[in-house]
Ligand binder design. Structure first.
Ligand SMILES: O=C(O)C(=O)C[C@@H](O)CO
Ligand SMILES: [Mg+2]
Length: 393
């Protein structure tokens, strides 16, 4: 293989201008629910923009990275601070490049948007390494650990009980053995809201039966006291996990809830790097780790978290499907399953990935597979289908 250097980085923000499905009332609990004025509280958690980050080498290989959080700011961070650090460098020095980006931005970049920007470049660098060696990224990370990846259908946002039951049935009919649903009510909604939440869970459990896994998502919309009251009521529905019951900064809250041992607590999609997860693991705060590779520090950071989590015997099930997560799941025995966002009209925006990129695998009977012969991440930018986006270069 000939030596190569990173020549340039191109970033584009894709702002969705196409049709969207408006969220219904009590669509999904979230951190803003605690505020005085709720309004469209899901507003700041809707992802209707995506960042594409293309890293090109001097021998013409283009690695594709991406990010979904605050893309316009992420773009500026990449252009202003990170691109100059990696241009001229060998992409195969990925650990050094990660450390260089991390340490040179350390005063402001360790968590949040700074780490999202590092993630986008790191994912592109792994795509380059795959393309340059002619190997899929998972083969560089440890290779195939499972015949296929079991995936869970993740949607079931707030709606009428009938519609919820119908949607849950549709996943059973498609062959999914695991589903994740959202809650609609939280601490401000009192006992009546609790009952409505329990009705949602009861509905989905009845549709999927006792032999399928049910996951419950709070998206940080509850608090410690409310969750402590809910856990015993939820136990009878035997959820596989209760996800992000409290805000990401309430580490002690996670630890207290998980140590109650009533329902396993999951989280981490708003946590960053191996240092963030070491703290959570030391506190026994999570029974399932859910980093998202395009936030947590890219594939380089995710692989370190995988090693750490394996030693603690805490499974890693990344947030979101998407290739950057699937390759890590395929390459790690301690990543048993993946999330899958069903393909629908644009609502939360999790679906946008399918509009921006081609190549994500389609589940068959609740499983996806990765191609052993497709180099890199196996993604292409859907250039010919980007007409519905405003593109910010
Ligand atoms: O899929 C998840 O785990 C999420 O947190 C998605 C988010 O959009 C809230 O439902
Ligand atoms: Mg989640």
């Amino acid at each position: 293989m000939i030596a190569m250097k990173i020549k340039s980085i191109r970033t584009r923000v894709l702002r969705w201008n196409g049709k969207t499905v408006a969220p219904q009332a009590n669509f999904c609990t979230n951190a803003s629910d605690a505020l005085f004025e709720r309004g469209d509280s899901m507003g700041s958690f809707r992802f209707h923009e995506w960042l594409i980050c293309e890293v090109e080498t001097d021998n013409g290989i283009v690695g594709i990275g991406n990010a979904a959080l605050a893309p316009t700011i992420t773009k500026q961070i990449i252009e202003t601070y990170l691109a100059p650090l990696v241009i001229g460098e060998d992409p195969f020095d990925n650990e050094y490049l990660w450390q260089k980006m991390y340490r040179r931005t350390h005063a402001w970049g360790r968590k949040g948007v700074g780490m999202v920007a590092i993630s986008a470049i790191d994912i592109a660098i792994w795509d380059i390494m795959g393309k340059a060696t002619g190997k899929p990224v998972f083969k560089l990370l440890g290779g195939r650990t499972k015949e296929q990846i079991p995936v869970y259908a993740s949607k079931l946002y707030g709606q009428s009980i009938d519609a919820l039951a119908k949607e849950a049935q549709s996943y059973v009919d498609q062959g999914f053995d695991m589903v994740k649903m959202r809650f609609g009510w939280g601490p401000k909604d009192g006992p009546a809201g609790m009952r409505k939440n329990l009705d949602l869970v009861k509905t989905v459990r009845e549709v999927i039966g006792p032999d399928r896994d049910l996951m419950l998502e709070c998206y940080m919309g509850w608090n410690l006291e409310y969750t402590k009251r809910m856990l015993p009521k939820l136990a009878e529905f035997e959820p596989r996990w209760l996800e992000e019951p409290v805000i990401a900064d309430d580490l002690a809250g996670y630890a207290e809830l998980n140590n109650m041992n009533i329902v396993p607590i999951s989280g981490g999609e708003h946590e960053f790097t191996n240092f963030g997860f070491k703290t959570l693991l030391d506190m026994n705060a999570l029974s399932v780790i859910q980093y998202d590779t395009n936030r947590v520090g890219g594939i380089t950071a995710a692989q370190k978290i995988n090693a750490l989590a394996e030693a603690y015997q805490v499974p890693v099930i990344p947030h979101a499907g998407q290739m950057h997560n699937y390759h890590l799941t395929m390459a790690n025995l301690n990543c048993p399953i993946s999330e899958f966002f069903p393909v629908f009209d644009v609502e939360v925006g999790n679906e946008l990935f399918y509009y921006v990129f081609k190549g994500d695998p389609v589940p068959k009977n609740g499983f996806i597979d990765l191609d052993d012969d497709l180099p890199g991440l196996g993604l292409e930018i859907a250039e010919d289908a980007l007409g519905e986006f405003e593109i910010i270069e």
